[in-house]
Design a protein around this ligand. Sequence first.
Ligand SMILES: Nc1ncnc2c1ncn2[C@@H]1O[C@H](COP(=O)(O)OP(=O)(O)OP(=O)(O)O)[C@@H](O)[C@H]1O
Ligand SMILES: [Mg+2]
Length: 362
Amino acid sequence: MTITKEQVLQALGHVEEPDLKKDLVTLNMIQDIHIEGNRVSFSVILTTPACPLKAMIENACRNAILHFISKDAEININMTSRVTTQKNTGVPGVKNIIAVASGKGGVGKSTVSVNLALGLAKTGAKVGLIDADIYGPSIPIMFGLEGERPKASEVDGKTRIQPIEKYGIKLLSIGFFTDPNQPVPWRGPMVSTAVKQLFNDADWGELDYLVVDLPPGTGDIHITVTQTFPVTGAVIVTTPQNVALADAKKGIGMFMMNAINVPILGIIENMAYFTPAELPENKYYIFGQGGGKKLASQLDVPFLAEIPLVKSISDSGDAGKPIVLDDGSIMANAFIEVAQKVAQQVAICNANAINNTTLVNN
Ligand SMILES: Nc1ncnc2c1ncn2[C@@H]1O[C@H](COP(=O)(O)OP(=O)(O)OP(=O)(O)O)[C@@H](O)[C@H]1O
Ligand SMILES: [Mg+2]
């Protein structure tokens, strides 16, 4: 029996992308089909290298060929990805902008931003990170880059700031341009201009994801970023206390306002419980339990993760080497999972926004 390309497409037409609720052929995710005797090979183009469903989709493709065509087929699947985008993000070459916000200060936005950005990069994505917290930039310390000054260079006749590259991502912080020992006495318009420059005047190159660490609250910087750039979605960080949850609700409310209209990718509950290093299976819900999850279901937004309060997260931030880089550790794996879930939500948002049968794979 000779296997044909049409048979392969027909078989794979039975495999549904679980998040996007359409089959892989309709979504244009199958490419490079080659057939030689009973050997079938093809590529599956996922919407993100951080796809948490990769193994499941590969398995489903294999089973579809065996079931619908021949149980003797030898199958070789190349699982690859092209990160989707839905619109011009206003920053050339950048496919998706992910804002990390909270209502209350000190809940772990910067910790989540940094570990999320590095987690996405670890899965193979091209990632940038902007620290837009004018009043309390913390990314220079978390990357061990205090006192660094990004260089400027000429690109296409324009002077551009070169983001600093560390641990495989590109980053810029307002803290690279201010004196860490002096407060920044800037008025609203100056703040807006400075933040816009981090996006517009830097040579970001090609990025799949640009993560933006916002200051606490719902102020000038949030309005500037969301109104100047089409942000793909926002990740909201909260802690379990009622005061933090109430502020998180306000933060989410801001993104959902008509004038802003940024999709919520999900809620992360940080410092959800305390775990002593020597007894990792013991969980102490010292600030209350389940508040983040409840808020997510109330507002009908995804709940992405509970991250425990562990000393190594704080120590690694202070030491300039974020915890997600600690390969194979429980907390590194937890942040990789956060990155996968965020990437998954970005892909879903993109697919919903395009509202088309094929994704923009460019
Ligand atoms: N899960 C955690 N376990 C232990 N320490 C944590 C955890 N998350 C954050 N921290 C620590 O708590 C402090 C505040 O975190 P972080 O700076 O990320 O918060 P933030 O929301 O960005 O604060 P700000 O509102 O000031 O920008 C830091 O010292 C950080 O290392
Ligand atoms: Mg911060």
